[in-house]
Design a protein around this ligand. Structure first.
Ligand SMILES: [Zn+2]
Length: 180
């Protein structure tokens, strides 16, 4: 069974947001189209309290209940069966969807007989990378859908390194058109 995991497609990571990926908006229609090919669709959200150690490293973003924490308005949320909330306790960074506090993602996927995870969303260098690496380490065959992911700093060394690191961990890169 395959699952689509949409990582952090939230206003603060899209153009105009506190931590924007310049092409964050471009991936939304790609993800919407892709979701039609999946029976299981999950989405993570950064959901930080107003005071968080995480904000010593980053500008304030995705504070619980704020506009920035909401999904991008054009994201089709109708197929999302489970939201994974991360970075919620004021101490953790919550980069990976596998660190969600409201659901144990590994157990959830296993309970749904998922063996393949397709990852999309924001941002390539941080939450997508950490989620993909955790997914692979947890034993799922893990794909990152290239054209459904965007970086905070496109074409940077950080973005290139993220891809190298993911591949080293066994993550497979795929185009949305190649997903069956
Ligand atoms: Zn965050």
């Amino acid at each position: 069974m395959k699952a689509l995991l949409i990582v952090d497609v939230q206003n603060d990571f899209c153009p105009g947001g506190a931590l924007e990926a310049p092409k964050g908006g471009h991936i939304v229609p790609v993800i919407n189209k892709l979701a039609k090919k999946f029976d299981i669709v999950l989405a993570s959200r950064d959901d930080h309290p107003p005071q968080s150690d995480h904000f010593k490293k980053w500008p304030v973003h995705c504070v619980t209940g704020s506009e920035g924490a909401k999904f991008h308005k054009d994201l089709d949320t109708s197929k999302i069966e489970k939201e994974l909330l991360k970075g919620t306790d004021g101490k953790d960074d919550g980069y990976s969807a596998f660190e969600a506090k409201n659901t144990n993602l590994k157990e959830y996927l296993q309970s749904r007989d998922v063996d393949e995870v397709y990852i999309t969303g924001l941002t390539a260098e941080f939450c997508v990378k950490e989620t993909a690496i955790d997914s692979s380490r947890n034993g799922f065959r893990t794909y990152v859908v290239d054209d459904a992911v965007a970086a905070v700093q496109p074409d940077s060394d950080e973005e290139r390194d993220a891809y190298i690191e993911m591949k080293k961990e066994g993550v497979i890169m795929i185009k949305s058109s190649e997903v069956k």
